[in-house]
Design a protein around this ligand. Structure first.
Ligand SMILES: Nc1ncnc2c1ncn2[C@@H]1O[C@H](COP(=O)(O)OP(=O)(O)OP(=O)(O)O)[C@@H](O)[C@H]1O
Ligand SMILES: [Mg+2]
Length: 413
């Protein structure tokens, strides 16, 4: 018989606990293994019952759901936490995701939504629990976990718009114990993502793009560098001369990305503005292309040109237009850009030179500092928008095959 998904309810309202319990009692594959009225009680019960899924209220009197999430995951690493929160708590929700929560639902969730979410994340927990019982440290060693990861590319058809800034900080926002993330610096001539993170890399993407290299997860892992947060980084080549190897090895880059997507929940890719073989290969492999625009006319002109190319190459459905360096003093609003391009702007990141430049020069991304700053919050919101969008993509097209390996630049299919 299949393992039942054990569900722990943590909520300070007795009524909420009871109504969820009643709702779940008719589902034969689910079992409520406990109900706690405080965060501390939740942790104790988690230790005793080892739940697959914890439904965690965010606001509780003794300890908030975020701190409780961290503690529960220390006790039961395979548990999947679903935060329950009223709509206005978006900031908390983002913190919760960073603390390791798997998902969130607005309160009160509909019965169908709640049950479907529990089943979805519960299946993951059951598998992780089984792996643990046969001695595979799935959570501690994400490199060996099989996942259908998502590939997010940060692109702009103009230099200096903030691709690296966004790629680095977004990767940090997406990286959690449950959603291990790798940042790939595919700005192959002058890539500087490791500088933003103050990392030294001995090897780079050029070593893996070399056609003579037999790719496998261990070889790939040996080339990645680990940031203090656990984020893995694949560095750009040390000098522009090596970029040739990567261009020639773009089919190898495709295989590399497929390997990374088996291991990492999110692969975030920084790019150069040029539409070369490597960049197009990356677009082919991407689930989402974050197209960065800025409120200046030359950038908007290039973004418009890029949309034409994207239409020809069938990338339109993947594009998410994001405005960086937004400031009302510049006289061009995100609404005006959306109007002009006839494309919706999915997110806006404010212009904040002090935060951005200080972080870059210190090699400490702003995502690691004060989270109340508008620029940091905007990147956290972008991360959340992407999580939601990528979950929807997965639900809409579970079996979608990635496109075959391409040959030739800008060749229409
Ligand atoms: N929202 C922002 N507000 C203010 N400054 C920003 C913002 N985003 C990025 N910057 C600054 O703009 C400069 C360029 O950023 P970044 O290097 O990330 O851009 P890029 O598109 O990767 O550039 P390149 O073409 O060199 O790869 C940096 O000095 C960075 O600190
Ligand atoms: Mg850059």
């Amino acid at each position: 018989m299949a393992t039942k998904i054990r569900v722990l309810i943590v909520d300070d309202f007795a009524e909420t606990r009871e109504s969820i319990r009643k709702l779940l009692q008719f589902e034969s594959d689910l079992e409520v293994c406990g109900a706690a009225g405080t965060g501390k009680e939740g942790i104790t019960l988690a230790k005793q019952t080892e739940p697959h899924v914890v439904l965690m209220d965010i606001n509780m009197p003794d300890m908030d759901g975020i701190a409780a999430t961290e503690k529960v995951l220390e006790e039961v690493p395979f548990a999947q936490i679903i935060m329950l929160s009223v709509q206005s708590d978006t900031d908390y929700m983002q913190k919760a995701m960073l603390a390791g929560a798997r998902g969130y639902l607005a309160k009160p969730p509909s019965a169908d939504q709640l049950i479907a979410t529990i089943r979805k994340v519960g299946d993951i927990a059951v598998k992780l629990e089984q792996k643990k019982s046969i001695g595979v440290e799935a959570v501690a060693a994400p490199v060996h976990v099989q996942r259908a990861g998502k590939v997010i590319t940060i692109y702009s058809p103009k230099g200096g718009v903030g691709r690296t800034t966004v790629a680095v900080n977004l990767a940090l926002a997406l990286h959690t114990v449950d959603t291990p993330t790798v940042l790939v610096d595919a700005s192959v001539q002058y890539g500087d993502a490791t500088v933003f993170l103050n990392l030294q890399a001995k090897n780079s993407i050029a070593d893996l793009a070399d056609k003579s290299v037999e790719l496998d997860p261990e070889v790939i892992d040996s080339v990645l560098v680990a940031h203090g947060t656990g984020l893995r980084v694949l560095s750009a080549p040390p000098s522009p001369e090596h970029s040739e190897t990567v261009q020639q090895g773009h089919n190898q880059v495709k295989r590399l990305l497929r390997f990374l997507a088996q291991t990492y929940q999110y692969t975030v890719i920084d790019t150069a503005p040029t539409l070369d073989d490597v960049t197009l290969t990356i677009f082919d492999e991407s689930d989402v292309i974050v197209l960065l625009a800025a409120p200046d006319i030359p950038t908007i002109k290039n973004v418009r040109l890029f949309y034409d190319v994207a239409e020809r190459l069938e990338y339109l459905g993947k594009i998410m237009l994001v405005m960086n360096r937004v400031d009302k003093r510049f006289g061009i609003t995100a609404e005006a850009v959306a109007d002009n391009l006839k494309q919706p702007v999915a997110a806006q990141l404010p212009f904040d030179e002090r935060t951005a430049i200080q972080a870059t020069n210190q090699g400490v991304p702003f995502m690691m500092g004060d989270r109340t700053r508008p620029l940091v919050r905007a990147v956290l919101e972008l991360a959340q928008t992407l999580r939601v969008r990528l979950t929807e993509v997965r639900e809409a097209a579970p079996e979608e095959e990635k496109k075959p390996i391409r040959t030739g630049i800008l060749r229409p299919r």
